[in-house]
Write a protein that binds this ligand. Structure first.
Ligand code: GDP
Ligand code: NAG
Ligand code: MG
Length: 393
């Protein structure tokens, strides 16, 4: 053997020995450099995305050593982002993903599921796929999960739309908005691409994440036995849900077995359920447990509401439907307010108020303009409810 070759063999032997010694003595290093871990980071998009050569051309560079180390250090949740969008929502969707990647997900690499009732265009898919090294899947919504069911009396539905349009209710005349609200209420968690996950984080086009998120909110939810979370709570337009509360109370009377012992009814009602104060969690932001939506209480609740037809005869939103369900079928300590997640959906922003959170998160929001104690916010009612358990009279 020639001298140089002998040297190379010795050096290689030394490098491999050091790698193994450090792997065993420093656990995080070992996990960060394990082959399966590196493979799953570098090749995340090979699985699940529609097989398309054009998409592969847009693959971004692989994550840095820092990213790998951080990811390897923590536990991961069985979770995905979910974004419902139209092809025309492309630029807003790009901006939202760019922000959540920057503030959180470039370090955590959770997958994305994008859903649409018509196929996403190649342009849409390639513009989204370059934004992240995480897995991105694009799904088509089954027709029966989206369109107005035959059981709806269209003449009655049309009359409802015309009245709301005449009364200047936002989206009052829109059928597609109603399809969207019903889909978000009862179907997104049943989509085949979502069925393989337990936790989701809902994102909309054109929202903003104002602060660094330095920990994993999914793991937080799991470790603290939470099922639902919010950043903004406010009053619903009564004209969109005139009969909803009555149906909710009918359902609750028929199914006392579903009502949680330590529920949040008093947050939503000043008189033990007779009257609804219209408070709800704003569902364009949600981190929640889909097992809750898939479970017997919510399944029966959604089916009951769907039979009443109010998604079409009125304009029931997924926000009050989700919120009321969380308030009744979960205990109050299973609902979490993420104060540290700075979040904006036009026209409202939640900016962290807890001591030190705003600086720690390097937030871009103005804390003086946080929606929390705006007159239209229900946050002070929530605070009072959490502190005293009482509704406000
Ligand atoms: N695919 C699809 N997505 C929709 C449709 N209507 C609304 N969305 C999505 O549903 C979410 C809520 O719609 P948005 O217009 O933001 O309603 P708003 O937040 O209540 O004003 C957003 O993620 C939209 O991109 C639709 O007809 N088709
Ligand atoms: C993730 O959750 C889904 C839904 O609960 C479940 O079917 C699946 O087996 C879970 N996957 C893992 C890896 O635990
Ligand atoms: Mg929106």
């Amino acid at each position: 053997m020639s001298l140089p070759v002998r040297y190379i063999i010795i050096v290689l032997f030394l490098i491999i020995s050091i790698h193994y010694i450090v792997s065993f003595t420093h656990e995080p290093y070992g996990r960060a450099t394990s082959l399966s871990n590196i493979k799953s980071k570098i090749l995340p998009s090979k699985f699940g995305t529609p097989a398309s050569d054009t998409l592969e051309n847009f693959r971004p560079h692989s994550p840095t050593a820092d990213d790998l180390a951080e990811l390897a250090a923590g536990r991961r949740a069985n979770a995905s982002f979910v974004i419902l969008a139209r092809n025309s929502d492309l630029s807003g969707t790009v901006r939202s993903i760019r922000e959540i990647e920057d503030r959180f997900n470039r370090r955590y690499n959770y997958p994305y599921v994008l859903l649409n009732e018509v196929p996403f265009t190649e342009d849409f898919m390639s513009r989204i796929s370059v934004l992240t090294s995480a897995k991105v899947e694009f799904g088509l919504i089954p027709k029966e999960h989206w369109y107005q069911p035959d059981s709806i009396d269209e003449d009655k539905a049309r009359a409802g739309r015309e009245k709301m349009e005449h009364d200047n209710i936002i989206y009052g005349g829109s059928v597609s908005y109603r399809n969207m609200c019903r889909f978000n209420s009862g179907f997104f968690f049943r989509h085949p691409l979502m069925e393989k996950y337990r936790w989701y984080w809902r994102i909309e086009p054109d929202v903003h994440f104002h602060c660094d998120i330095q920990y994993d909110p999914f793991v937080y939810m799991e470790d603290h036995n939470k099922v639902y979370s919010f950043t903004i709570t406010m009053y619903e337009y009564e004209a969109t849900i005139p009969t909803l509360w009555g149906h909710v109370m009918d359902f609750a009377r028929q199914h006392p077995e579903f009502i949680a012992k330590d529920n949040s009814l008093n947050f939503m009602s000043p008189d033990g359920g007779n009257k609804y104060n219209l408070c709800h969690f704003w569902s364009n932001f949600e981190i929640a447990d889909m097992e809750f939506w898939r479970g017997p209480a919510y399944t029966a609740f959604f089916n009951y509401l769907d039979e009443q037809g109010g998604f079409y005869y009125e304009r029931w939103g997924d926000a009050p439907v989700h919120s009321i369900a969380a308030a009744l079928f979960a205990s109050k300590d299973q609902i979490h307010f993420f104060d540290d997640i700075g979040y904006e959906h036009n026209p409202y922003t939640h900016c962290p108020k807890g001591k030190g959170l705003w600086a720690k998160g390097k937030c871009t929001c103005d804390p003086l303009k946080s929606f929390d104690y705006d007159g239209y916010s229900c946050m002070s009612k929530w605070d009072r409810f959490v502190e005293t358990g009482a509704g406000q009279h």
